[in-house]
Design a binder for this molecule. Structure first.
Ligand code: OOG
Ligand code: NI
Length: 456
């Protein structure tokens, strides 16, 4: 009898192996983790109620688990195989992100667990960006990049064998699962030896630093990992205090009591030694790509809530276009707060106005004497029969992602690609459609109603 290892278990092993590897590769990331642990420890000490809640949900023991990482890949075959690799770990493509309007020549998805139970066991997800070669303006260079990418194979033959075995048998046994994690890790390992000459690197770099980061290396090194911070503002301050080169601002919505969506910040990418390769010759040089990030997640917004978020953020960015963030982050935060005051900072209100997703739970000591529907839920909340539990946002934000990309690509990169977004091509390359995050959240909300009606 075969005994397949649970996919959540494989993902957990993989995320831990990745975190160990990255701390060795990028010691500053280890320093960031230490800072995050210090801040989280302090928050828990000062807020026993929060500690209790995290304990009840099992979150406390998982607090130190890595929340996400990111990779950038170069060709459609890589995206296709990446999807198969992540499926072994119970990670599926959710949402399409087009970064081109923000001047980043990639489009992306996030491979992530979907079921709430899987997310709880191990929330690790990977933001995966595919280079849009058609956005390289110089035709000769585009052709050269294509040729370089055509020659590379970023997966080990054994990793592919194990994926095939998984697909055929429907799972992996322990020894295979362990070997799978070990083999796949190699695809994300830093290579200090580039795949190209200094001259080619410089030409790619002149088009866009991101293009050099993707094309000039043998494998798509993990470019950052992200733990969860209970107080992201405190970690941002702590980075400045401890001399960790933090990016200027925290991306996303402002600090608030009832956090919406996602806030994130990072330390700026390090300048690292690499060897460029020209025949037998090795030419020393450097490359800047890898960093460390932190995140704090809030409640998921409905399409209506998200539309409002996008509109308000656009106004903020417009009004702060001339603010020098490195000197005057406070002005930016003030404008951010001013506009976002329009979104109620109260779960009941967010629910009432249909702006966010919630699980409905029966209030303590309450009894249910009628069927719950989407329509009467608000009433039952108001009368105290039901209570609301916010559904956490598990995806990414394109404007924030662009901000993270940009601050790690050097501030000088300011251009726009007006090429239309190409989701259909992305999905064709991927080999399936990306899942719609709104459908996932709305199903969790509906399932909570069904569960109440079943109990009654
Ligand atoms: C990915 C940036 C996106 C996030 O947290 O929004 C991201 C990258 O730099 O490759 O990870
Ligand atoms: Ni990130």
């Amino acid at each position: 009898m075969s005994q397949f290892v649970c996919k959540d278990e494989i993902r957990l092993k993989f995320s831990q192996a990745m975190s160990d590897m990255y701390q060795t590769e990028v010691p500053l990331f280890g320093d960031l983790l230490k800072l995050v642990n210090d801040v989280n420890g302090k928050v828990l000490e000062e807020d026993p109620e929060l500690k209790q809640k995290l304990q009840e949900t099992g979150e406390l023991e998982r607090l130190e688990q890595t929340r996400h990482g990111a990779i950038r890949i170069g060709k459609k075959e890589e995206l296709h195989t990446m999807r198969r690799i992540f499926a072994v770990m119970g990670m599926y493509p959710v949402a399409y992100y087009d970064l081109a309007p923000a001047g980043i020549p990639v489009h992306s998805t996030a491979f992530r667990p979907i079921d709430p139970e899987s997310l709880i066991k191990c929330p690790f997800r990977v933001f995966c960006s595919l280079l849009r070669l058609e956005l390289i303006e110089d035709a000769d260079l585009r052709k050269q990049a294509e040729e370089i990418l055509a020659k590379r194979n970023i997966f080990s033959p054994r990793a592919i064998e194990l994926v095939e075995k998984f697909e055929k048998d429907g799972g992996l046994e322990q020894a295979d699962a362990d070997e799978f994690v070990k083999e796949v890790l190699e695809t994300f390992r830093w290579q200090s030896e580039a795949a190209v000459s200094k001259e080619t690197y410089d030409a790619l770099h002149n088009q866009h630093r991101l293009i050099a980061d993707i094309v000039a290396f043998k494998v798509p090194h993990i470019n950052h990992l992200t733990p969860r911070a209970l107080d992201i503002d405190a970690v941002q301050r702590g980075m400045f205090e401890r001399g960790i080169p933090a990016k200027d601002i925290i991306e996303g919505p402002p600090r608030r009591k009832c956090l919406i969506l996602l806030r994130q910040t990072s330390f700026k990418a390090l300048n690292e030694d690499v060897q460029f390769v020209y025949g037998e010759e090795r030419v020393p040089g450097s490359h800047t790509a890898r960093f460390g990030e932190i995140e704090k997640r809030g409640v998921a917004l409905t399409p209506k809530g998200r539309k409002l978020y996008d509109e308000l953020l656009a106004k903020v960015l417009d009004e702060t276009a001339n603010v020098d963030m490195s000197k005057d982050a406070e002005s930016y935060y003030a404008v951010l707060k001013k506009y976002f005051d329009e979104i109620p900072d109260c779960y009941d209100q967010l629910h009432e106005q249909g702006l966010a997703y919630f699980r409905y739970k029966l209030a303590d000591d309450a009894t249910l004497d009628k069927e719950v529907t989407e329509n009467n839920a608000s009433e039952l909340v108001a009368s105290g029969v039901l209570k609301l539990e916010p559904i956490t946002y598990e995806d990414f934000l394109p404007v924030s992602a662009a901000g993270i990309f940009r601050s790690n690509l050097g501030g000088a990169e300011k251009r726009e690609y007006d090429e239309a977004s190409n989701r259909a091509l992305f999905e064709q390359n991927l080999g399936e459609s990306v899942l719609d995050p709104f459908e996932i959240y709305s199903k969790i909300q509906k399932d909570s109603i069904d569960a109440l009606n079943k109990k009654a």
